[in-house]
Design a protein. Sequence first.
Length: 202
Amino acid sequence: MSESEIQQILNSEAKAIMNLPVTKDFTEAIDLIYRQVHTKGGKLVTSGMGKAGQIAMNIATTFSSTGTPAVFLHPSEAQHGDLGVLQKNDVMLLISNSGKTREIVELTSLAKRLNPNIEFIVITGNKESELAKAATACLYTGNPKEVCALGLTPTTSTTMMTVIGDILVVGTMKKIGYTSEEYAKRHHGGYLGEKSREQAAK
């Protein structure tokens, strides 16, 4: 691959990020997480299939490490008992680029049957989908073209999902006033643990 081809990929992904639609749904999603988790004592439950599921898992661990309890629920395993992880006051973050992923759409129905009041934050590239319409806050990726040579492999779309997750994490950290001292309590080992303790000591 030539340097110009590499630069083209970088430019395409950077352009997609800069063109991410910024709407009031971001604030609504952060407010919803704050209300359900930090006011009512619930937790954030993320879910997605395939590559989207890997992004959802990463978002959950990042939230947990920054003061917002979160877990990843595999949508297929949810249909075989793991749905029981859902509790009163939880909120769900569901990710599907198409908004049509069967397991995720089914998960909304199963979750509602268990907890009729549960609310959904949805990250999707299809704001007209059934999944998007089930959301309290729908975070639209802008549905950018994949940089994959075939236009099929989740590449740009997963970049957008990750960026949206970062916005939610950082926004929630600011809303709860998360400190280096609190960060250090959750990061004992490694470089980040040492750095956070140093910052907390200042």
